[in-house]
Design a protein around this ligand. Structure first.
Ligand code: F6P
Length: 546
């Protein structure tokens, strides 16, 4: 159902005229319990959404929108394994990957939990062997370096989580990630490594992705270049994470060294599957399992909590409020947590590949906005790059701020300095600075007359810029699992309400096909004339120059 045809949407449109004039500053002044009303504590997470341009009535209308579009049944359909990815005729069951062992989830009349557990056990055996020094390189040396070769969902999740959980990493193991097919990337990684002590993880759901296979071939050639290595040694240094056994075997990886997952796990939802092998190796299987269990806690919350107390639902609804009613076209993710510096990159794929769609369930082009541009960077660095625009630019940019109460490293008063900025920024965004306040400030600095007049407008902050604050006790594996699952479900809520398929990604195909056609044209001396004049001109410039 198109959301714009719901009664709730019409009511929200009507309320928007009034809402557009709301000032959060006044709402806070009038209501001392605003924080209590608009915040939720879940496990060791505090979700504060009180600094949004909403009232209880608006939240109720947003919840009405979720109800009217039957979000409840959609959530159940996903968890029960219905084929909700209708363009690929697939179920969407990343939640099953983190379900407890005694759950039963049936897909095409087969319980999938035993196969998931079997693969987790296989991962666990491998991790243990490597950590215990039973899995050695071809010359009997311990593995010290692990290279994950993969791209998109086969890279961003594992890399983000490995970075986030660095304080839990096993001593003596170095993780490397190669994703880009730019030869400089693999060159810079390989030049640090010794083939005798390196394990390559080839991570690809399809095992046909051009970038990953090209990088994997280069790694294999590099490995075999060493005089003492031969083809048999590949089995000690290359493992595969994939759904495509034939392609893995064809590449030359022993199926015994393949860790499987399934077509009902979307690439950008796959870090919980065998694609998480780099995580399990880096931080140990117990921590990997704790990550899964955290995600499962959030799954249960998402499935069971009433919508007006449901963190992913509220996050999703607030996003719709800003995208479709305020016309916001982007959303910033700003972790005040060094270990979460890669979170914005990860959320970018999760959200933009999922909801960057315009064709609805009925096959029509939507006449409303869908997924926003997701971007961001870690604070406080972000304050010194793009915060100017969020505070005083012409666009409305809703933002999520994330921060841990307890740091992993207690260094002097760093954490107080750090978090004072975290608290200050959302306060400043909400409150702004009025003309009167700016005037007083300038006067107190001794300015008056023309000088004051000229500067005054520049010193005003409109404020009323919305943000969510997500605080957690400490970034442990379980909490990280909850946070990632929270974002996955937020994306689900929005995709459902926008009536689009969040689980396919046809939009990445065209460029891939064109690149395949262009590649042979780059490998001869002939002038290229088969494209538009711009593309021909660019290709010919490259051919002349190389
Ligand atoms: O970018 C398109 C995409 O298909 C993503 O959805 C996926 O995460 C990525 O490519 C990598 O795919 P694969 O794991 O099959 O190599």
């Amino acid at each position: 159902m198109s959301p714009v045809n719901t009664k709730a949407w019409k009511k929200l449109e009507n309320s928007f005229n009034y809402a557009a004039n709301l000032q959060m500053r006044e709402l806070f002044e009038k209501d001392q319990s605003r924080f209590d009303t608009f915040s939720i504590r879940f496990e060791n997470i505090l979700f504060d959404f009180s600094k949004n341009i909403i009232t209880k009535e608006i939240l109720a209308l947003l919840v009405e929108l979720a109800e009217e579009t039957d979000l409840d049944s959609a959530i159940e359909s996903m968890f029960r394994g219905e084929k909700i990815n209708w363009t690929e005729k697939r179920a969407v069951l990343h939640t099953a990957l983190r379900a407890p062992a005694d759950t039963r989830i049936s897909l095409d009349n087969n319980d999938i939990i035993p196969v998931i557990r079997k693969e987790l056990d296989k991962m666990s055996d491998f991790v243990e062997k490597l950590h215990e020094g039973q899995w050695l390189g071809f010359s009997g040396m311990t593995i010290t370096d692990i290279v994950n070769i993969g791209i998109g969902g086969s890279h961003l999740g594992p890399e983000m989580v490995c970075n986030a959980l660095r304080p839990y990493s096993k001593p003596g193991l170095n993780m490397h990630f190669v994703s880009n097919v730019d030869g400089n990337a693999i060159h810079e990684t390989l030049k640090q490594l010794n083939p005798e002590t390196t394990l390559f993880i080839i991570a690809s759901k399809s095992f046909t992705t051009q970038e990953t296979i090209t990088n994997a071939m280069t790694a294999r050639e590099w490995f075999l270049r060493k005089e003492e290595t031969n083809l048999d040694d590949i089995s000690k240094h290359f493992i595969a994470l994939s759904t495509n056994t034939d392609a893995v075997v064809e590449f030359g990886i022993d199926p015994a060294n393949m860790f499987e997952f399934w077509d009902w796990v979307g690439g950008r939802y796959s870090l919980w599957s065998a694609i998480g092998m780099s995580i399990a190796l880096y931080v140990g299987m117990d921590n990997f399992l704790a990550l899964l269990s955290g995600a499962n806690k959030m799954d249960i919350h998402f499935r069971e909590a009433p919508f007006d107390r449901n963190i992913p639902v509220i996050l999703g609804l607030l996003g719709i409020w800003y995208t479709n009613f305020f016309g916001a076209d982007s959303h910033a993710v700003i972790p005040y947590d060094h270990y979460l510096a890669k979170l914005p990159d990860y959320i970018q794929q999760l959200d933009m590949e999922s909801n960057g769609k315009t064709i609805d369930r009925e096959g029509n082009r939507v006449n409303y906005s869908t997924g926003p541009v997701i971007w961001g960077a870690a604070g406080t660095n972000a304050q010194h790059s793009f915060f100017q625009l969020i505070h005083q630019g012409s666009r409305l940019i809703p933002a999520d701020f994330l921060a841990p109460a307890i740091p992993h490293n207690h260094i002097g008063n760093h954490h107080n300095v750090f978090l004072s900025n975290f608290f200050a920024q959302t306060e400043a965004l909400m409150k702004g600075k009025t003309q009167a306040e700016a005037m007083n400030e300038l006067k107190s600095k001794g300015l008056d007359g023309k000088e004051l007049e000229e500067l005054l407008a520049h010193k005003i902050f409109e404020g009323n810029k919305p943000s969510n604050s997500i605080m957690y006790k400490k970034l442990c594996p379980e909490t990280l699992g909850m946070l990632i699952s929270m974002y996955e479900h937020k994306v689900f809520v929005q995709g459902h309400i926008w009536n689009i398929n969040s689980f396919d990604q046809w939009g990445v195909e065209l460029g891939k096909i064109l690149a395949r056609n262009i590649l042979p044209e780059l490998e001869n001396e002939n002038e290229v004339t088969s494209h538009d004049s711009s593309t021909n001109g660019l290709i010919n410039f490259y051919k002349e120059s190389k």
